[in-house]
Design a protein around this ligand. Structure first.
Ligand SMILES: Cc1cc2nc3c(=O)[nH]c(=O)nc-3n(C[C@H](O)[C@H](O)[C@H](O)COP(=O)(O)OP(=O)(O)OC[C@H]3O[C@@H](n4cnc5c(N)ncnc54)[C@H](O)[C@@H]3O)c2cc1C
Length: 323
């Protein structure tokens, strides 16, 4: 069996990256001859959540309930997962802060290695995964020889896709004992976050990027027009936010948003490793830059070498003409 930790929103829905992790688990299951995929959720699941998980091919939903699971405690969640995993060959989660923390606890308890932020697998025997390291700037192949194999799936490494032939999922409610030591580090209070204005950027299919090459806060008119013409979002480098040209919620990179659009058009962005960490999973990159040797140009699928203040208006004019 494959066990997937599923995280939920405050309203009890499965978060997208957990649905992606289940989709990844299904492809593992198919490669492994149909090993069942089970989900672990914390708290009593709603009928809607069970129906969603069933539609993704989950066989059994294990619900961890009781006082110990009333608030987040990484070690307690790991202990609960260990209690329900039985003889599972894989224990996995989405590569969120909680997913990574809980899987690290699971791996430590099982005495096995843990691979964070896995993108794909390339064999079952031996089980070899490829994962992002250095904030997504490099890829590493890792062989997970021990069982259970414990890992997390990088956000947007796969698309969340319901199963072609889903069946019903049954629910097993557990209220396991949790050692006091596993509750030492736990959430004792929480506050509403500032409104996340980066939502549309993170999910945009097209992102127009702007860096220092924009020149000033007044240099964004053509870039914003291109963004509008393509129905996308604007994403910027840290230099742009540090200089106060654009707000921080538009920043892409290690200390900004991670984006995976179908098309990323970085204009006047050098492609520093911290920026690349946030855009390396874009499906296609069209770089516009005056420097043919800029890292972003050398990594891009396509590049236009030129001044963005000439190239972008020309693209806009051509799009308008075709419209
Ligand atoms: C801890 C840490 C975290 C960081 N996190 C992030 C992060 O999350 N996101 C991020 O972006 N950076 C981050 N940085 C900063 C990062 O290292 C770079 O400094 C930054 O990404 C560079 O921004 P830039 O590409 O806009 O500017 P530059 O590196 O100055 O590049 C400007 C580019 O524009 C080109 N150019 C200039 N004029 C034109 C023109 N008229 N037309 C076309 N091209 C032109 C140049 O050839 C050059 O390639 C971080 C740094 C640190 C240390």
């Amino acid at each position: 069996m494959i066990v997937v930790l599923v995280e939920t929103t405050p309203s009890g829905e499965a978060v997208e990256v957990s649905r992606e992790a289940i989709t990844f688990a299904r492809s593992l299951s198919e490669a492994g001859g149909g090993v069942p995929v089970d989900a672990v959720v914390v708290g009593e699941p709603s009928a809607d959540l069970v129906a969603t998980l069933a539609s993704y091919g989950v066989r059994t939903v294990h619900a961890l309930t009781g006082e110990a699971f009333a608030s987040y405690a990484g070690a307690a969640w790991a202990s609960g997962i260990q209690g329900v995993r039985g003889s599972s060959v894989v224990v996995m989660a989405a590569g969120t802060p909680r997913g990574n923390e809980v899987m690290a606890h699971v791996a430590a308890r099982e005495g096995v290695a843990m691979a964070a932020n896995v993108l794909s697998f390339s064999g079952l025997a031996p089980f070899v995964v490829t994962r992002q390291v250095v904030g997504g700037a490099a890829l590493e192949e890792m062989r997970l020889g021990d069982r259970p194999a414990v890992f997390t799936v990088a956000g947007h490494a796969v698309e969340a896709v319901p199963a072609a032939t889903p069946g019903p999922a049954d629910v097993q409610v557990h209220a396991p004992e949790v050692a006091a030591a596993d509750l030492v580090a736990r959430v004792v209070s929480s506050e509403e976050p500032e409104p996340d204005l980066s939502g549309t950027l993170k999910s945009a299919k097209v992102v127009v990027g702007a860096g220092r090459g924009a020149g000033s806060s007044e240099g964004f008119a053509d870039l914003l027009e291109l963004t509008d013409l393509l129905g996308g979002s604007l994403g910027v480098s840290r230099v742009v936010t540090s200089l106060g040209w654009r707000p921080h919620h538009e920043q892409v990179g290690q200390t900004g948003s991670r984006i995976s659009p179908d098309l990323y058009i970085p204009c006047g962005i050098s492609g520093a490793i911290q920026h690349w960490a946030g855009c390396s999973t874009a499906k296609h990159i069209l770089a516009i830059n005056t420097d043919p040797d800029a890292p972003m140009v050398t990594k891009a699928s396509y590049a236009v070498i030129g001044d963005l203040h000439e190239v972008v208006p020309a693209i806009n004019a051509e799009i308008r003409r075709r419209q």
